[in-house]
Each structure stands twice: as structure tokens, then as C-alpha cells.
Design a binder for this molecule. Structure first.
Ligand code: NAD
Length: 246
């Protein structure tokens, strides 16, 4: 479905990002896997893709750093030439109730989850506008739609990503570029594994499909939005949350 396409996935070393990178490659795309600090984990993602017969590159860089993002896109321009699919997946949490949340916790989340997305969108837009083709998928969160106690920083960033998605969908639509967001619910990854059992049990009660999601649940939605089967869909937020947000 994605043969001949090139995809850049931020935060592709583990979790949802790994599942997305693997699924895009399984569907024929050449995948550039961005990682920040975890080379070993990123290498594992690359090996999974190569063992499945896919093509992948590793690209180190901190998405919260404007200069790192500039360097990564310069590398893509020089070595891969085109960019058909961008998946803004990298993200962090620094949860705290508002009275306890430090300026640093707030800024770290905004820098990675919102500014990082902006930097990648800016560079990818330049390439995609010239190509007159592109698929951008931003990983937001149910927290950015409904809010979540302890996450003023995270929900602000994820709601911001939804705003960026809609604006950019309008800005880029005339050049055959689709921009959509996915809002995952509760997905089993390193981000959620450390939550207290009582919090997990409470969360499960709110999910009509009665299970937490897996990275692959998000990855399949990304593959669809990255494909030409979704060519008439833009500016949308697709919740992949087991019905949590109904
Ligand atoms: P994770 O912690 O397992 O993975 C996050 C990835 O982002 C890691 O590979 C990490 O190294 C990378 N990353 C973090 N900061 C980075 C930076 N500055 N530069 C480059 N890479 C960086 O978490 P996950 O659950 O796989 O989350 C993936 C995305 O999905 C995030 O945007 C997250 O907010 C979102 N999300 C997750 C859930 C969930 O329940 N797990 C729910 C909603 C949304």
C-alpha cells in the first residue's frame, strides 16, 4: 500500500512509535526512525523492520531542539531526497496537579510535545509543498480533547497539536497534502506501565471495549491515514481509544 513512499517517524525507538515504524515498513514504506537517547532500542526497531524485509534508517535528534530538527531534515534532503509521510509521535509526560506543577515540568512537555511538532511540521511542509504530495499524522491524545487531572501541561500541548493539525490542513490542502491527528486513549507502553494499579483499574472501567490499546491499534490507523485510501480526509482527529471518549 505504501511502496515507494518514504516516512519519518519521530520517537520511533519504542512504544507506539516503534509499532508505527514497523507497520509503515510492512506496508512498503522506507522508514526513517528518529530517536533521541535510546540508540539500542532504536536499533531493535530497525532490526525488526529489516528482518521483515523492510527498509529503515536511524536518525538521532531531539525534536525539542530547533537545530537538531534542522539537521535531521537536511540529512533527509541529502540522503533520502523526498519525504512522503511524517508521523509526529515523540512525546513525554511530566504529570502533576496544577498547584504542584513546576515551571520546568510545564516547559519540558510544551517543548517536546508542542514545539517539537511545530519544528517538524515546518521542515516537512517545505519539502511536501515542493513535491505537491504529503501525508502528515500528528499523535495527539484523548487528554487533549477531554482533559485529564494532573496533565495541564500535556493536555495543553496535545490540544495545541489538534489546532496545528486543523490550521495546517487548511494551509497545505491546495498542494495535495493531508494533515490529520490521532488521539489515542490508554495504550500499553512504557508511558503508561508505571501508573498505579488503582488508576489503571479506574481507567479500564471507562473503556467500552474493556481493554487497553496496543501500539499496533494506533499503527493501523496511521497506515490508513498515510495511504491514498484516505486521500479525501484532512484536518480530522481520529480517536483510537476503545470508545473511551464517547
Ligand atoms: P513512550 O514513552 O513509550 O515513547 C515515546 C517516544 O518518544 C520514545 O521513543 C522517546 O525516546 C521519544 N522521545 C521523547 N522525547 C523525545 C525528544 N525530545 N526527541 C525525540 N524523541 C523523543 O510513549 P508512547 O506511549 O509510545 O507515546 C507515543 C506518543 O503517543 C506520544 O506522543 C504520547 O503522548 C502519545 N500518547 C500515548 C498514549 C498512551 O497511553 N501510551 C496515549 C495518548 C497519546
Amino acid at each position: 500500500m505504501l511502496e515507494g513512499k518514504t516516512a519519518f517517524v519521530t520517537g520511533g525507538s519504542r512504544g507506539i512509535g516503534r509499532a508505527i515504524a514497523v507497520a509503515l515498513a510492512k506496508n512498503g514504506a522506507t522508514v526513517i526512525i528518529n530517536y533521541c537517547g535510546s540508540f539500542e532500542a532504536a536499533k531493535e526497531t530497525e532490526e525488526i523492520i529489516k528482518n521483515n524485509g523492510g527498509m529503515a534508517y536511524l536518525l538521532q535528534g531531539d525534536v525539542a531542539s530547533s537545530s537538531d530538527v534542522e539537521r535531521m531534515f537536511a540529512w533527509i534532503a541529502e540522503n533520502v531526497k523526498r519525504l512522503d509521510i511524517l508521523v509526529n509521535n515523540a512525546g513525554i509526560t511530566r504529570d502533576n496537579l496544577i498547584l504542584k506543577m513546576t515551571d520546568e515540568e510545564y516547559s519540558q512537555v510544551i517543548d517536546t510535545n508542542l514545539k517539537g511538532v511545530f519544528y517538524c511540521l515546518k521542515h516537512a511542509s517545505r519539502v511536501m509543498l515542493k513535491q505537491r504530495y504529503g501525508k502528515i499524522i500528528n499523535i495527539s491524545s484523548i487528554s487533549g480533547i477531554h482533559g485529564n487531572p494532573g496533565q495541564v501541561n500535556y493536555s495543553a500541548a496535545k490540544a495545541g497539536v489538534i489546532g496545528m493539525t486543523k490550521t495546517l490542513a487548511r494551509e497545505l490542502s491546495s498542494r495535495n497534502i493531508n494533515v490529520n491527528a490521532i488521539a489515542p486513549g490508554y495504550i500499553n507502553t512504557d508511558m503508561t506501565v508505571h501508573l498505579k494499579e488503582e488508576i489503571k483499574a479506574k481507567a479500564l472501567e471507562t473503556i467500552p471495549l474493556k481493554r487497553f490499546g496496543e501500539g499496533e491499534d494506533i499503527a493501523e490507523a496511521v497506515v490508513f491515514l498515510a495511504s491514498d485510501k484516505a486521500s479525501y480526509i484532512t484536518g480530522q482527529v481520529l480517536s483510537v481509544d476503545g470508545g473511551m471518549g464517547i
